[in-house]
Design a protein. Structure first.
Length: 155
């Protein structure tokens, strides 16, 4: 009789372990999203501050670069918020694997846009001292390195 209950307890423990593991992954995804929201919000505030307190008449190129940076930071923040929105919309019939898959796509898109924002911010900071082609070239190596490292980690 006790063997029967022991087997059921083991089954319950394994189910609870799998369930906890899934919810740990959900918690990790939410924490990652919160960290990215905070960091990109600070970057957005910095860019907006540059725009509002910049030189009285920035060049046309500087204005365009700054505007694209602000828009990409805004969209990145929106994508970082999407896992929370998805969780709230589908809370009653919550599919963990679907949540993790969609959240990964949202966060990857947001990180890509955040990298574009950082690239353009670096271009903007170099642009006042150097010609356009040199500025865009000098800003590229850190992001090329990140792309190479990311592609190697995927394989």
């Amino acid at each position: 009789m006790s063997d029967q209950y022991d087997d059921r307890d083991d089954a319950d423990r394994s189910t609870k372990h799998v369930s906890r593991e899934h919810y740990d992954r959900v918690g990790a995804m939410m924490r990652g999203s919160a960290i990215l929201i905070a960091g990109s919000s600070i970057l957005f505030g910095f860019l907006l501050n540059i725009r509002l307190t910049s030189v009285k008449s920035p060049s046309f190129i500087d204005g365009i670069i700054l505007l694209i940076s602000i828009y990409s930071a805004t969209i990145a923040i929106s994508l970082f918020i999407m896992p929370v929105v998805f969780f709230q919309r589908h809370y009653e019939v919550f599919d963990i694997e679907k949540f993790l898959s969609k959240s990964k796509k949202y966060l990857l898109g947001g990180v890509t846009l955040l990298m574009l924002t950082m690239y353009l911010t670096l271009v903007l900071s170099l642009h006042s001292e150097l010609p356009d082609y040199v500025t865009f070239s000098l800003a590229a190596p850190p992001f090329i390195f990140i792309a190479i490292a990311w592609s190697r980690s995927k394989s």
